[in-house]
Design a protein around this ligand. Structure first.
Ligand SMILES: Cc1cc2nc3c(=O)[nH]c(=O)nc-3n(C[C@H](O)[C@H](O)[C@H](O)COP(=O)(O)OP(=O)(O)OC[C@H]3O[C@@H](n4cnc5c(N)ncnc54)[C@H](O)[C@@H]3O)c2cc1C
Length: 599
């Protein structure tokens, strides 16, 4: 059985050489993120991920979470103990505001840490991930009293948080939310309605759960401008912080799912016994607006789930390929039968998994550094610049990393042959677990709509073209490197950036004149962006590796592998951008050709 090994060397390389950890550590408030502290944090996280979370991953998949007759939920064996240890070690508050007990570390550092949680046990990490979303909502727009009452316990993990958006008729389209919130004389509200698919909506880790709920007040206008955000605790909380009566929110069932079995996905009934007490967060009717502010973070985290799952699937496949003996390798002089890693096609599969995972990681970490800069950079213009980059990249990190993780998990099963289809190897679990990440926090279609509409057309392609100009600027540096590897990287990156520019210009033109065509092209457009931006980061990685090799410092085999992997990515994946450009610019005519009745 393969065990998870946190790829610390690779993570440190990406943090330092590509994402600019040193610069992020100098931002105001991040002074404690010194290289030594970061190395210690990552080493401890690696230990927890490998020793505690990874061994529970298969148990969680097998046993799952169960709803008991009294409406409580029993999580899989070992998960509660792991959660308590996780909180005791302080992991829950890693990036949180020190005013509420957090450690205030940069998002960039947390990104590497969270990748390890996702890789070792994604179903476990969903609970802290959703709590994080709830904490952000309260911190963003809660009253000082709400912050004081709820945040310290949520930051330490004594109470968990959930995000209650979805209802049977309101999934991608949250304007259709119907849950009612009726004002009460004491300024609280009574909530009535049903929320579905609520991650960790009920659990046995903690006594209390703080639900963040979207609902409509009686006078709210129709549509997106009539949705408000409420805090609804499972147990009411007295002003002094002590716990009070059970609130009228109950788990009426848990979903039976394809994957992430250890994560309880609850149907929650609000107000069946007189009304669930809730407290308005921020201003009435601005709930969806608050959600959109927080969504950057949540969508980023789900993209990062893709990176973690891809890494885990790759490690498992590589370990199997080194053990499984089958056939005689073509063109090798090894006597007798050999392990399957000797077969060229198995090497192709492994390298495609490795190269895509590295490209995804690099893009995600670079985006995390931009998030830190967008929040903390002392210069306003720099903050704006980073903000524009983050806004553009969020749907790409979410959409592309999660879609690519499916391919990687699929290839992981393929490397295992028949054993990949058999549950014991674990490859099938990654394949099943990965399937949700292109769906929740906005499907790939919704990410792609965002990329086309808000992120490309709205500013007439300005942010997109600025990033492409950055990509093209690398050409000079690439041209100064010798050898076939850099020649291939340079050639393919140049062609990819031309294809991308052409697609951006077409999207900007079409969004105004023929929006159906622009949106018909949205998903190939998103993939084109992901592949090209990933190739850009791989080229930067190859240049950094060449520099270290020239200096004669560090692990030469690691740096050589970086260059070879970047070249493979350039030869194997970047040419797909040309085909995608064709798919984008012809989408209006080809995708929309059939009438409803022809399907
Ligand atoms: C395991 C799991 C956990 C979840 N956790 C939570 C949670 O904690 N809290 C919560 O509130 N929700 C949660 N969800 C809900 C999740 O966010 C929604 O399922 C998701 O947003 C999609 O909504 P839907 O299922 O209604 O699909 P629909 O919106 O019906 O979409 C169906 C298809 O139509 C496409 N589509 C819909 N609208 C458009 C459009 N405008 N343009 C292009 N294509 C479109 C979609 O891309 C998709 O392919 C969870 C779901 C699952 C399965």
């Amino acid at each position: 059985m393969s065990q998870y090994h946190a790829p610390l060397k690779e993570m440190h390389f990406v943090l330092s050489e590509l994402a600019g950890l040193e610069q992020v550590g100098k931002l105001p408030g991040f002074e404690e993120a010194t290289p030594d502290t970061v190395a210690a944090v990552l080493a401890e996280a690696a230990k927890f991920a490998t020793e505690v979370l990874d061994p529970l991953n298969a148990v969680g998949d097998r046993e799952g979470a169960q709803r008991l007759d009294d409406g409580s939920v029993r999580t899989a064996p070992g998960f509660k103990e792991a959660y308590l240890q996780y909180c005791a070690n302080g992991w829950n508050g890693l990036t949180k505001n020190p005013d509420f007990g957090g450690q205030g570390l940069p998002q960039l550092v947390a990104t590497a840490v969270e990748e390890m949680w996702h890789a070792s046990n994604m179903a476990f990490d969903l609970c802290p991930l959703l709590t994080q979303g709830a904490i952000e909502a309260v911190e963003l727009v809660g009253t000082p009293e709400q912050k004081e009452r709820f945040l310290p316990k949520m930051v330490e993990g004594t109470w968990t948080g959930t995000m209650n958006l979805t209802e049977p008729q309101a999934g991608s389209d949250l304007a259709a939310v119907r849950t009612r919130a009726v004002p009460q004389p004491d300024a609280s509200y009574k909530l009535y309605g049903q929320k579905i698919f609520i991650t960790y909506g009920e659990q046995d880790y903690t006594e209390n759960i703080i639900h963040l709920v979207l609902a409509r007040t009686p006078t709210a206008p129709e549509g997106v401008k009539g949705i408000s955000l409420f805090i609804v605790p499972k147990l009411l909380v007295h002003p002094d912080g002590s716990l009070g009566a059970r609130n009228d929110v109950h788990c009426v069932s848990l979903e039976h799912k394809l994957g992430i079995h250890a994560s309880p996905t609850a149907v929650l009934a609000y107000g069946d016994h007189g009304g669930a007490t809730g407290y308005l967060v921020g201003q009435e009717n601005r709930g969806l607006e608050y959600m959109f502010i927080m969504m950057n973070q949540a969508r980023f985290s789900v993209g990062l789930e893709g990176v973690g799952l891809a890494e885990r699937a790759y490690q498992r496949a590589a370990a199997y390929a080194k053990e499984r003996v089958q056939g005689r390798p073509i063109g090798e002089t090894v006597a007798g039968r050999a392990t399957i890693i000797h077969h060229p096609d198995v090497r192709r599969m492994l390298l495609s998994m490795k190269a895509q995972t590295e490209a995804m990681r690099a893009l995600a970490y670079v985006t995390a550094a931009a998030l830190d800069n967008a929040r903390r950079h002392p210069d306003l213009e720099a903050r704006k610049h980073h903000h524009a980059f983050v806004d553009l990249m969020i749907p790409i990190v979410k959409g592309w990393c999660t879609e690519t993780a499916q391919e990687i998990a699929y290839t992981g099963v393929q490397v295992h042959g028949g054993m990949g289809f058999i549950e014991e190897t674990g490859a099938a679990q990654h394949y099943r677990d990965a399937r949700i990440i292109t769906i929740y926090e906005g499907t790939t279609g919704i990410q792609a709509n965002d990329l086309v509409g808000r992120k490309t057309a709205r500013d007439a392609g300005a942010a997109a073209l600025a990033v492409i100009a950055e990509m093209q600027k690398l050409d000079g540096e690439l041209s100064r490197q010798s050898g076939a590897e850099f020649a291939a990287i340079r050639r393919e990156l140049a062609a990819a950036s031309i294809a991308l520019r052409s697609a951006v210009e077409w999207i900007v033109r079409s969004a105004g004149s023929d929006p159906r065509a622009a949106y018909a092209a949205s998903v190939p457009y998103l993939r084109l962006w992901g592949l090209a931006a990933g190739g850009w980061q791989m080229a930067r990685a190859a240049l950094a590796a060449a520099k270290r090799l020239a200096e004669g410092t560090g692990d030469t085999a690691f740096y050589r592998a970086k260059i070879a992997t970047a070249r493979f990515y350039a030869d194997y994946f970047l040419p797909q951008t040309r085909a995608l450009e064709h798919a984008v610019v012809t989408a209006g005519e080809s995708v929309l050709a059939l009438a409803d009745e022809q399907f």
